[in-house]
Ligand binder design. Structure first.
Ligand code: OGA
Ligand code: NI
Length: 242
């Protein structure tokens, strides 16, 4: 109760569904959402019970950040850009994390854990337990991404799609619920800081392939994302060049 808030701008909060202020249909999910980079700025807001929560989550966040930075370098290089290009566009960088709890649902056909959406950030590193639930849209069909022990799922988010000028696609995904097993998933959202200016990489633009998106700050994008209540699957349409 101490941490509960329906205000998406809060940097540490417990909430339910997606954004209960704006949505018409609720989702079968509770979540704790934490900002976790720079750690020292946020750790004192995190729950202190159980006692080891802060220490363990901080250690996890530091390690996962290392992985995110490696992936971002590899993505830069794969686009033919300098390996530090994307990292250099992210202002002071940011990292958020959700601890999603999907309780068993008596009528799973009537709702979702999370309906179809793309993640607004750069890349998402998802740790999931052994209960299936994640699905991705591939060639017009929803495909289950069943858990493989000791692996992460890496999802491309909207900001990589923008910077790569559509060479990478932000993956449409959703979480379904089931009637007998609870499910826990822990996504890390690696992000630009709110002041970072995001735009398609100029080196990738040609006369034949002009910028698909206009320039915006990540803060502007973040606000649009949270206020639409997942009523549309993606916010990218709102930031097209023309
Ligand atoms: C998310 C998300 C998927 C899952 O939190 O953005 O897509 O499997 N989670 O819980
Ligand atoms: Ni997601």
């Amino acid at each position: 109760l101490k941490n509960y808030s329906d205000d998406p701008t809060k940097t540490t909060r417990l909430s339910t569904s997606f954004n209960i202020r704006t949505e018409k249909v609720a989702n079968w999910r509770d979540y704790l959402r934490l900002h976790c980079y720079p750690i020292d700025k946020f750790i004192n807001e995190w729950p202190s019970n159980p006692t080891l929560f802060r220490a363990h989550v901080a250690e996890y966040c530091r390690s996962v950040r290392g992985l995110a930075l490696q992936l971002i370098e590899a993505i830069s290089e794969s686009l033919g850009l300098d390996k530090d290009y994307i990292s250099g566009q992210l202002g002071n960088h940011a990292q958020h994390m959700a601890l999603n709890y999907y309780p068993p649902c008596p009528q799973p056909d009537l709702t979702y854990g999370l309906p179809g959406h793309t993640d607004l950030n750069l890349i998402t590193i998802l740790l999931q337990d052994e209960v299936p639930g994640l699905q991705v849209l591939r060639n017009g069909h929803w495909v289950a991404v069943d858990p493989v022990p000791n692996t992460f799922i890496i999802n491309i988010g909207d900001q990589i799609q923008v910077m790569s000028n559509d060479k990478y696609k932000s993956v449409l995904h959703r979480a379904v619920v089931n009637c007998d097993k609870e499910r826990i998933s822990i996504p890390t959202f690696y992000c630009p800081s709110p002041d970072a200016i995001i735009r398609p990489a100029p080196e990738l633009l040609t006369d034949d392939e002009p910028a698909v998106y206009k320039q915006f700050t990540y803060g502007e994008y973040y606000e649009k994302f949270w206020n639409r209540g997942l009523a549309t699957e993606s916010c990218l349409d709102m930031f097209m060049a023309t």
